[in-house]
Design a protein around this ligand. Structure first.
Ligand SMILES: [Zn+2]
Length: 77
């Protein structure tokens, strides 16, 4: 047997990436959206319909693994 499983015990901090976003100008409103999802030149807040401003946000890098653990029903015998 030569199945060597490398066990990583050290805590791995997720890499952060800086993304461009639009965020709501209203301080009490937490709405923000990725810039790449915005088609309008100047979007309006989907929640309060207020103005939005360009900003930046640090989010964990999303790795496209494609292993969705999505169990749609169990087979029962
Ligand atoms: Zn808003």
């Amino acid at each position: 047997m030569s199945t060597s499983t490398s066990v990583v015990t050290e805590e791995q901090k997720p890499d952060l990436e800086q993304i461009e976003i639009w965020k709501c100008k209203a301080t009490e409103c937490k709405a923000w959206v990725r810039k790449e999802f915005v088609t309008e030149a100047v979007p309006t807040c989907p929640l309060c319909k207020g103005q939005m401003v360009r900003s930046y946000k640090h989010v964990p890098v999303t790795t496209k693994k494609g292993n969705k653990k999505f169990l749609v029903g169990k087979k029962r015998f």
